[in-house]
Design a protein around this ligand. Structure first.
Ligand SMILES: NC(=O)c1ccc[n+]([C@@H]2O[C@H](COP(=O)([O-])OP(=O)(O)OC[C@H]3O[C@@H](n4cnc5c(N)ncnc54)[C@H](OP(=O)(O)O)[C@@H]3O)[C@@H](O)[C@H]2O)c1
Length: 249
């Protein structure tokens, strides 16, 4: 482990209790990092994951609860992380909400929610984390979406929020250089929303995907690990992980 550049370094993963966030937590931990698992409502999943990781390596996983829509949440989550580990080396902005907002029906509350979780929270978490990250020449990885690069029908607010997150990635790469690298992963279809499993749409997307399948959370986590550990001369980049969907019209 002595040659491992991640040994004992600390990562904060938002929305880390379940689904893609959980796999990011798992892979960064397996690669040697200590992990702060942020969650909002998935307390049982978060505790179960923490127990498992601490059983593998004592004191290597901690938990912080917070609704990122609330003022001061970013500050609180950061303070808890520094309190737990005394440092921060990687911030992974993964927490998100996703739902349709057809133009005629969208409400201001929906705007506030989608922009809040997907764009505002990553900015204020980055702001709260900046000085700790600067100290260790750390990095930020934002989890964007291919739908921040091209629109998904009936999701104009979500797509705009993720497009904003892509520009935020590029802007912060400039503003936090040279000490902090800022990159993003833009997943294609990975996991269907749990309340809306749509087999017909899934098959339609797969048909238009050159690699002819959905991606897996492990493939997104591997891209995050690459950006955290290996991409030492990359900043402001958007790593698209979509089975080649972008190259088909
Ligand atoms: N799933 C896909 O196929 C796909 C495709 C493209 C991009 N992505 C992106 O990849 C990331 C992970 O996707 P996913 O499907 O695993 O995400 P998800 O299940 O929709 O959400 C991840 C977590 O975000 C947290 N969250 C939501 N609102 C929050 C709030 N107000 N404050 C704090 N936490 C909040 C929730 O935590 P709790 O459960 O603790 O409440 C939730 O478990 C997201 O950024 C998503 O946009 C996913």
């Amino acid at each position: 482990m002595q040659d491992n550049p991640l040994t004992d370094k600390a990562a904060l993963i938002t929305g880390g209790a379940r689904r893609i966030g959980r796999e990011i937590v798992r892979q960064l931990h397996e690669a040697g990092m200590r992990v702060m698992i942020h969650y909002r409502s998935s307390a049982d999943d978060a505790r179960a994951l923490q127990r498992k990781l601490n059983a593998a390596r004592p004191d290597s996983a901690a938990l912080v609860q917070g609704d990122l829509m609330e003022a001061e949440a970013s500050e609180h989550v950061m303070l808890e992380t520094i309190h737990a580990f005394g440092r921060l080396d990687a911030l992974i902005n993964n927490a998100s909400t996703f739902f349709a907002t057809p133009v005629e029906e969208a409400t201001e509350d929906q705007w506030v929610d989608l922009m809040g979780t997907n764009l505002k929270a990553p900015f204020f978490l980055s702001q709260a984390a900046a000085s700790a990250l600067r100290k260790n020449r750390g990095c930020i990885v934002n989890i964007a979406d291919v739908y921040g690069l091209r629109p998904l029908k009936a999701h104009p607010i979500y797509c705009s929020a993720k497009a904003g997150l892509i520009m935020l990635t590029r802007s912060l790469a400039r503003d936090l250089a040279p000490s902090v690298r800022v990159n993003a992963v833009a997943p294609g279809a990975i996991l269907w929303p749990e309340d809306n499993a749509d087999e017909v749409s899934a098959q339609r997307i797969i048909a238009r995907t050159p690699l002819k399948r959905m991606g897996t959370p492990a493939e997104i986590a591997a891209a995050v690990l690459f950006l955290v550990r290996d991409a030492t001369f990359s900043t402001g980049q958007i790593l698209v992980v979509d089975g080649g969907r972008q190259v088909v019209p």
